[in-house]
Design a protein around this ligand. Structure first.
Ligand SMILES: NC(=O)c1ccc[n+]([C@@H]2O[C@H](COP(=O)([O-])OP(=O)(O)OC[C@H]3O[C@@H](n4cnc5c(N)ncnc54)[C@H](O)[C@@H]3O)[C@@H](O)[C@H]2O)c1
Length: 255
């Protein structure tokens, strides 16, 4: 494996599972020191132990805990180079606007959008002190495409992540801090499996729109995150980086 992240210090939120876990492994294999931040202590610690990194138990909706996460990172490893703000939820009670209650709406907004605001707010000052940094915020292809199989708060939250990432990328560009939104298509992770196990017809309706004809594997998304984290993407900021199997470019798909 190329060592593009040798000597870099990275924080991965939601690092205990799915895209986050695959990215923890990928970052470590490219030479980074990795801090795994997750609300789940078992999965998070297992991921950190696997790569010889540090586990910090964090609820990304809690301002004090997020602030402490980045401070602990710098206290432990001396600096912060990369923040992959990735933790997110997609609960079944977030559905059509007609049936989604305000409690579900607000819960999803907090975990998916407010958390990214908090993580950027407390990561950026450490990157300013370091004179550079790369932030990758996990949005989704639904920030770009509308779906008739709605998850209204999820979609709105990811639109917010995309817009916020663009603005931060512009604001901090001249300080050497790059901020990009990563927009995965559907990925074969517990988050998606849980949603579609309850409703296979919904999974089938979505797959038909993916030109590549399958869901992504988490490792394919992690490869894109590592690119955005590394200097290979040094001229990219404020972008909507779609890794979606071609969904956003499709009108009709092959049979
Ligand atoms: N799976 C997909 O198809 C897909 C597609 C596009 C975007 N995404 C986005 O990718 C990100 C990761 O999704 P995934 O599929 O890997 O999910 P996942 O459920 O496999 O993993 C999410 C991780 O986040 C952690 N987490 C949840 N709430 C948290 C909180 N409040 N504080 C700290 N950690 C918390 C969980 O414990 C878990 O380890 C999410 O933002 C998701 O919206 C996923």
């Amino acid at each position: 494996m190329v060592q593009r992240l040798e000597g870099r210090v990275a924080v991965v939120t939601g690092g205990g599972s799915g895209i986050g876990l695959a990215t923890v492994r990928r970052f470590a294999s490219e030479g980074a020191k990795v801090v795994v931040a997750d609300v789940d202590p078992n999965a998070g610690k297992a991921a950190a132990d696997e790569v010889g990194g540090l586990f910090v138990q964090v609820d990304v909706t809690d301002e004090e805990q997020v602030k402490a996460l980045f401070q602990t990172t710098v206290d432990t490893y001396g600096k912060l180079d990369i923040a992959f703000n990735n933790a997110g939820i997609s609960p079944p009670d977030d559905d059509s606007i007609l049936t989604t209650g305000i409690e579900a709406w607000e819960r999803v907004q907090k975990v998916n959008l407010t958390s990214v605001y908090l993580c950027c707010k407390y990561a950026i000052p450490h990157m300013q002190a370091n004179g550079k940094g790369s932030i990758i915020n996990t949005a989704s292809f639904v920030a770009t495409m509308g779906a008739a199989t709605s998850q209204i708060s999820y979609t709105a939250s990811k639109g917010g992540v995309l817009a916020m990432s663009r603005e931060l990328g512009v604001q901090f560009a001249r300080e050497g801090i790059r901020v990009n939104a990563l927009s995965p298509g559907p990925v074969n992770t517990p988050l998606l499996q849980e949603l579609f196990a309850k409703d296979p017809e919904r999974a089938a309706r979505r797959l038909v729109h993916v030109p590549l004809g399958r869901f992504a594997e988490p490792e394919e998304i992690a490869a894109a995150v590592a690119f955005l984290a590394s200097d290979d993407s040094s001229f990219m900021t404020a972008s909507n980086f779609l890794v979606d199997g071609g969904i956003a470019g499709a009108y009709v798909t092959p049979l």
